[in-house]
Design a protein around this ligand. Structure first.
Ligand code: B12
Length: 299
């Protein structure tokens, strides 16, 4: 490639980010790129332009963030959840949004870490289980209030089915995951936690235009039922449709494989990247088919 034409790998190296992150900038059209013989190419000028816009955006957001940092939101939200004060908790998130946080940041960088801290305090015996339950009830209300904001207008990209295996009780993780996928243009059917395997199969067989299935495992207690669900799904729906396993109880790809999954993704962002890579493969396949059809009709 000429010096001023870069590949996604070059861009990832220049920005110091993972390949998939650079790929996501291209897919979201945040970074201009053109596809030549199936390879993405980025001009150095477009990369410079991307960097400039990013710096401008950051300084604008920093300036308008009324001097409150993420750590302050954590501290305030933590207090509201532990005090079971739903109204004040919502106000904390609203002020983060007013200061420029998007829904992905609110869920992944504010609400989730606070829930994690509360879970850790419970595990260390510092707070009673009743406090954790009340905090969870408030968090559930917050997600209910914020969920309608997790929409993306425009062309729908396909359906994704998510749910937890039998015995799994962490439905809030699924609710947040569903919202984050919706933000990226996917239609999501969320079966919630604790879904019997045959209900999963029923849903997977009845949803049209299904692109992938995600099995969410948060508790070690449901690893066994997750393995059972994965093998039931595989038998019932074949191996065409990708079935991913993820969630905070799944350590890595090898762990996912040991449960019988073919795919693993890390966190909601990993799921989003996985779906993006599927849709780009689909487009590549259909454009290859289109050129094959064109060649055939020219013969
Ligand atoms: C709220 C909560 C509960 C609530 C759940 C309520 C509800 N409706 O969801 C209640 C009180 C019911 C509960 C029960 C239990 N809990 Co609990 N709980 C939590 C807590 C505090 C928050 C969970 C949460 O919602 N996090 C926020 C979400 C958004 O984050 P997340 O889970 O990481 O999910 C994200 C990603 O992982 C990803 N993702 C999720 N699914 C998938 C799927 C795919 C395919 C992909 C790609 C990505 C993906 O997307 C999500 C959005 O970003 C956590 C603490 C923590 N560290 O998370 C403990 C925690 C998860 N619980 C724990 C435990 C031990 C339990 C209990 C066993 C306690 C008990 N003895 O009864 C039980 C139930 C077990 C069961 N069988 O399910 C442990 C789990 C340890 C483990 N790995 O086994 C934790 C970590 C607490 C701790 N520090 O010990 N819990």
């Amino acid at each position: 490639m000429a010096d001023d034409i870069l590949s996604i790998e070059d861009v990832a190296t220049a920005l110091g980010v993972h390949y998939m992150t650079a790929y996501r900038y291209v897919k979201r059209r945040a970074l201009e790129a053109t596809q030549v013989n199936g390879q993405w190419q980025i001009t150095r000028a477009d990369l410079d332009d991307f960097l400039k816009r990013r710096t401008d955006r950051h300084s604008k957001a920093e300036g308008s963030r009324d001097a409150r940092r993420t750590a302050d939101y954590h501290r305030d939200l933590h207090k509201c959840l532990v005090d079971s004060d739903a109204k004040a908790a919502f106000d904390v998130l609203q002020s983060a949004i007013d200061a420029g946080a998007d829904m992905e940041e609110v869920y992944l960088e504010i609400l989730s870490p606070v829930l994690s801290d509360i879970g850790a305090s419970w595990a260390r015996g510092e707070i009673d289980i009743s406090v954790e339950h009340q905090a969870t009830a408030v968090a559930t209300r917050l997600v209910g209030q914020l969920s309608p904001r997790c929409v993306r207008r425009g062309r729908r990209r396909g359906n994704v089915l998510i749910g937890g295996p039998a015995g799994e009780r962490h439905s809030l993780a699924l609710a947040m995951l569903g919202d984050l996928l919706r933000l990226h243009g996917w239609d999501v059917s969320d079966l919630g936690a604790d879904t019997p395997s045959n209900s999963f199969v029923h849903a997977a067989s009845s949803i049209s235009d299904l692109v992938a299935v995600g099995v969410s495992v948060t508790s070690n207690e449901s690893l066994e039922s997750a393995a059972e669900l994965l093998s039931t799904l595989r038998r019932a729906i074949g191996d065409e449709l990708p079935v991913l396993v993820g969630g905070s109880a799944i350590r890595d790809f090898d762990h996912a494989r040991s449960l019988g999954a073919d795919h693993f993704a890390e966190g909601a962002r990993g799921f989003i990247d996985f779906l993006d890579s599927l849709s780009s493969k689909g487009r590549k396949a259909s454009s290859t088919k289109q050129s094959a059809d064109d060649d055939a009709s020219n013969d």
